[in-house]
Each structure stands twice: as C-alpha cells, then as structure tokens.
Design a protein around this ligand. Structure first.
Ligand SMILES: O=C(O)C1=N[C@H](C(=O)O)C[C@H](O)C1
Length: 291
C-alpha cells in the first residue's frame, strides 16, 4: 500500500479566509493526474492546527470523495499526544480512509517504552492501519530503529514517515532489516533521494505539489535500480525542495501554486505569514529548470 509519492495537500483559502474546497479538489486531481500514488489530508502542510473541527471534517470528506473516484489510498493525519484522545480521534475517522498518520507523542517526551505502549494501544483500537510519523525535531522524542522495528511487527502498523532531518544511523539500520509488511516513507523532502536509495518505498512530500511527475520518476528510478537517473533527479529535486522550504512550510509552496494559477490565493493562517516575493520568485525559477 505505502509505495510512491503521497502529496500532503495544502489547504487553499479564499480571499475571505474560507477553505476553498473547489480549489482543493482540483489540486487533488491535479497531483493525481501527475502520477501521485495517493493523498494525505490534514498534515502539517495542510495547516491542520489552524483549521476548525468543521473545516477538518470538510477536508476529509472532500478527500474521501476524490480518493474514492480515483481509487487511490487516502492517509489522514490524526494528531494528539495522549493515548485516549488519539484513540477517540482514530475511531471517529469516516469510512473511505485508508490509513492514519499519527505523530510520535510530542512535547511530553515519554520514554521509548511509553512510545511503544502508546502505539500498541492505538494499533489495537484503530479501525485503519497506522503510519507512525517520526519527526523528532518537532516532537522532541527520539525513537530508535529497534523500537520502530518492534512496532512494525504489529499487523496494524503499516509504516513510518521518517523525517529526522537527515539520513541517520537508525534509518540505515531500519531499512537494512524491515519487518514484513512495514514500509518507510521519506518525510524530509531534501533527503528523499538518499532514503529511496537505501530502500524507502516512497515519500510524503509537500514539495511534490510541484514537479509531481519528477518525484514519481525519482521513486521509479531507485526502484528499478537506475542509480544514474536517481542521482541526477535527486540532486535537482533537492534544490527545488530547498527553495520551497526557504520559509516555513507551506508558505512558499502556496506562493508558487498561486502564481501558477492552481489556487486562488497564497493566504496562510497565523502564526504563519505569507512567503516573501523573493522566496516565491526563487522557487519558481528553480522549478522552471525541472521540466
Ligand atoms: O504535512 C506533511 O505531511 C509534511 N510536512 C512536513 C513539514 O511541514 O515539516 C514536510 C513534508 O514534506 C510533509
């Protein structure tokens, strides 16, 4: 299931600060037309923290419809840093959701044994398989390869979105010996190519709103063993990702999508601020070298 490029969709806003569901749906179809394997709703990139409960429900409903029409998987972000409320949120997911992307409990800094107990309890209760979101520079919680391997042996834990800000020893250890049925998806855009080279099966990448077909080609190159193509595409896409992440995600991506006429405004919600014109121009310039 977890193979290829998943796009964690941004949430477009109208000039009046409403969620623009029409633009959202068009964007979802656009990235799927370009070869994305699936969609991710309510990621960090979707500004989930700034959406109301009603807006979140509308986004999920929209994604369920599009992914159903296109017969592609839909992963929904479920955040929470305590076990009971996260179980309740998982149980409230509507049908049509393929898997839930659940961060390692953040801010609290439980022990790794606590992290294992947390995910095992979620996995026992969840109606859909889980993808662990490991992003220690946001959560503050380290998780080693042995812990991920232990969790990956659970039949309801399908994979990990691996985003440690680089390629570390744990990534190498984990990818060298993956539990059956457990996949690694890269979640740090700039490091996707080396992670694929090590055996990751794809990525959840905000950058893939742009040059989606190039990211898809990158996955296919490493999968088919075409290292020369994988390297050259990887180098160019890493430059694109660096430009798209020059300011807090998803501000530059929204600026470029707006400039290309794919969304009605580049608006973001506080505490994010719109990207500078300079960052948007720079990212657009890098993007124009990609075709
Ligand atoms: O929302 C996501 O999923 C992603 N969020 C990351 C972040 O904002 O740090 C970036 C990644 O591309 C996907």
């Amino acid at each position: 299931m977890l193979r290829g490029i998943y796009v964690p969709l941004i949430t477009p806003f109208t000039a009046g600060d409403q969620v623009d569901l029409e633009a959202f749906e068009k964007l979802a179809h656009h990235v799927l037309d370009q070869g994305a394997s699936g969609l991710v709703a309510l990621g960090t990139t979707g500004e989930v923290a700034m959406l109301t409960a009603e807006e979140r429900a509308a986004v999920i409903e929209n994604c369920v419809r599009v992914s159903g029409e296109r017969d592609v998987p839909l992963i929904v972000g479920v955040s929470g840093n305590d076990t009971r409320s996260t179980i309740a949120a998982l149980r409230a997911l509507p049908s049509g959701v393929t898997a839930a992307l659940v961060p390692v409990p953040y801010f609290l800094r439980p022990s790794e044994r606590g992290v294992i107990a947390h995910f095992e309890a979620l996995a026992e209760a969840s109606p859909v398989p889980l993808v662990i979101y490991h992003i220690p520079y946001r959560t503050g919680q380290p998780v080693c390869a042995a812990t991920l391997r232990q969790l990956g042996a659970h039949p309801m834990i399908a994979g990990v979105k691996y985003a440690v800000g680089g390629v570390d020893q744990d990534a190498i250890d984990l990818l060298a010996d993956l539990p059956t049925g457990f996949e690694v998806l890269g979640g740090d855009d700039a490091f996707i190519s080396p992670l694929l080279a090590l055996g990751a099966s794809g990525g959840i990448l905000a950058s893939a709103h742009l040059a989606t077909d190039r990211f898809v080609a990158l996955v296919e190159a490493w999968e088919s063993g075409d290292a020369a193509l994988g390297r050259s595409l990887g180098h160019r896409l890493a430059r694109l990702s660096a430009a798209l992440f020059a300011e807090p995600n998803p501000t530059v991506i929204k600026g470029v999508l707006h400039e290309r006429g794919l969304i009605p405004t580049a608006e973001v919600r506080l505490p994010l601020l719109p990207a500078s014109a300079q960052s948007v121009t720079q990212a657009t310039a890098v993007l124009s070298t990609m075709s």
